[in-house]
Design a protein around this ligand. Structure first.
Ligand code: ADP
Length: 364
């Protein structure tokens, strides 16, 4: 089947070649005879008169022989060239077909070797790009499944352990039963939180995520978001300040998604800042961007963890051991939402001193 194009190309070239040989033979035969007759009839070319009939026949047959030989050698050479050229054209196409078949079978690591810059080279590059995308998606899918399984395993093991102990009578007495039920409740709340986070993460990572962006006044919007978090930061006696001047330029965002970004960052600052610490939300305006910063005087993030905190399910060792630690997807959601806005988020932090998260929105 995949030989078809090559055979068609080859036969196409041969057909053109035969047509050319036939046309040149006919044309040259008639033109040569006519010109020769003209010449011998012309008094300016008397020397042709020296030829007798036999010589003329010999002359014509040697010319025809030369033509035939030239046509034969030309045909052989052109056939070889057509074969090589059609092979050259179809080899990368065959490679593309083989590669896409392997991709379809799940081998996302496979690539086509490209060394040409023409349209076929472009096709090979496009196939390689598609394979890269699929490989990345497959990697993320595997990671997500294994992370979710890993994260769900701990609370499920705990729940099953408590239930088993209650069943076989290891946990007895009203107080013990009550405290165990509380632990069971905590574990199931954690499971619910995790499932909700994974759901939120998968919707954020959906490439078809839809934003409904409008221009908003930043200060009132931030006040509104912060007010919903009041009970949480007041419980820890944290000093929360908003440093956004009146008349600050409007920001072009999806209100709900923006709220989610700020809530996630604020929740972290509240969780990782010891009592009586401080949190500040500020904004800056440059030619191209509007940046919104959330900073705290909390425990900070170790240098080795800083490059990874936006990865899904990543938690620093310290936060892992904390009972209050989240599921490790809050910042991955922030990153996904910032990318959906065409912006970016980055973090600066010093252990023991605090952290600062900057969300940079392109100006519209
Ligand atoms: P989590 O749900 O665990 O908070 P996130 O994705 O929101 O997950 O954060 C990832 C990790 O980054 C956290 O577990 C924590 O170790 C660290 N981190 C995030 N924000 C802060 C902060 N403001 N201060 C200190 N550490 C932070």
């Amino acid at each position: 089947m995949n030989k078809n194009v090559q055979i068609k190309l080859f036969l196409g070239f041969i057909l053109i070649l035969l047509a050319t040989v036939v046309m040149v033979s006919f044309a040259s035969h008639y033109i040569l005879t006519r010109e020769f007759n003209d010449l011998i009839g012309d008094e300016n070319f008397m020397r042709f008169r020296e030829f007798d009939d036999l010589e003329e026949i010999h002359f014509f047959s040697s010319i025809k022989m030369t033509f035939a030989l030239t046509a034969l050698i030309g045909t052989v050479l052109a056939s070889i060239a057509s074969f090589v050229f059609s092979e050259y054209l179809t080899t990368p196409i065959k490679k593309v077909i083989d590669t896409t078949k392997r991709i379809a079978k799940g081998d996302y690591k496979t690539r086509v070797d490209v060394d040409s810059e023409d349209e076929i080279g472009e096709l090979c590059k496009a196939v390689n790009k598609m394979a890269e995308g699929l490989e990345e998606t497959e990697k993320l899918r595997r990671e997500l499944v294994s992370n979710v399984a890993h994260e769900l395993a701990t609370p499920l093991t705990n729940i099953s352990g408590y239930l088993e102990a209650m069943h076989d009578g290891t946990i007895k007495g009203e107080d013990l039963t009550k405290s165990t039920l509380k632990l069971l409740q905590d574990e199931t709340s954690r499971l619910t939180l995790m499932v909700n986070d994974v759901r939120a993460l998968s919707s954020v990572e959906n490439p078809d995520i839809k934003l409904s962006q409008k221009h908003y006044e930043l200060k009132p919007l931030t006040d509104e978001i912060v007010s919903t978090m009041k009970p949480k930061y007041e419980k820890k006696s944290l000093d929360l300040s908003i440093d956004i001047p009146d008349g600050f330029p409007k920001i072009f965002i999806d209100k709900d998604k923006f709220s989610q970004i700020i809530i996630n960052l604020l929740s972290n600052s509240i969780a990782y800042t010891p009592k009586k610490g401080g949190i500040k939300i500020s904004a800056s305006d440059t030619d191209k961007f509007i940046s919104v910063m959330v900073e705290d005087t909390g425990i900070g993030i170790p240098k080795k963890d800083l490059p990874h905190i936006f990865e899904r399910f990543y938690r620093t060792d310290k936060s892992r051991s904390r009972k209050t630690g989240g599921t490790g997807v809050g910042l991955a959601i922030v990153k996904g939402l910032m990318e959906a806005h065409g912006g970016e988020v980055f973090a600066e932090s010093e252990e023991g001193k605090g952290s600062k998260f900057t969300c940079r929105f392109a100006k519209m």
